[in-house]
Design a protein. Structure first.
Length: 211
């Protein structure tokens, strides 16, 4: 997986300022479906980022979060076990950015524990808080699918544990487990469609107020 360059960011409103940091997913294996033996060695992560290992060691937590999430809620037990083998689990400290607006991105994040503040730059290059992601929410799925630069910056508002699915992992799921891959893609399309409808409704409300 590609590294994300470090950047000094605006801290979340309820967190201490974050120092510039390298990507929390630097050196993340592109596909971990075959287990730890298949994963290439990873360089040490920054002190504020802790790599916890493959998702196979966190199946109960992943399953609990996914069962309560709109994404992948139709997974069977076998699907859960198989999907977990393609995830890498990380823990980040309060105030640490792990997705940076404008950076290239090729992984999606599933929040497992903690809360993430999402910031968007304005035309004046100032960051504004646009949302808070709780456990079960996904981040970065647009870049996972289309490879475009990140849409927003995500900063841990509390200590956060998250699972990361790289594009290479998704590609391997599609190749080795096509039925599971179809489920993931369908849920991603439904999720993105819901978000598009929400944004469209907000824009319509703004236009009506201006009119």
């Amino acid at each position: 997986m590609s590294e994300l360059p470090g950047e000094t960011t605006m801290p979340p409103t309820n967190a201490r300022p974050a120092a510039a940091t390298a990507s929390p997913v630097a050196g993340m294996p592109g596909a971990a479906g075959g287990g730890a033996a298949d994963a290439p060695p990873s360089p040490p992560a920054p002190p504020s980022i802790e790599r916890l290992g493959l998702g196979t060691g966190f199946v109960p937590l992943i399953e609990k979060v996914l069962r309560e999430s709109a994404l992948l809620s139709q997974f069977t037990d076998d699907d859960m076990q198989r999907f977990a083998g393609f995830l890498q689990i990380y823990r980040v400290g309060t105030g640490v950015p792990f997705i940076i607006e404008g950076d290239p991105g090729d992984f999606m994040v599933l929040v497992l524990e903690g809360y993430v503040e999402v910031f968007k730059k304005s035309a004046e290059a100032e960051r504004s808080l646009v949302g808070v992601a709780a456990p079960g929410k996904t981040l970065g799925e647009m870049s996972l699918i289309d490879g475009e630069p990140r849409f927003a910056t995500c900063i841990a508002a509390t200590p956060v544990t998250f699972a990361a699915l790289p594009r290479k992992g998704l590609e391997r799921i599609m190749k080795d487990h096509p039925h599971l891959g179809q489920k993931i893609l369908l849920q991603l399309v439904l999720l993105l469609n819901q978000r598009l409808r929400h944004v469209s409704a907000q824009l319509l409300q703004v236009w009506q107020q201006q009119g």
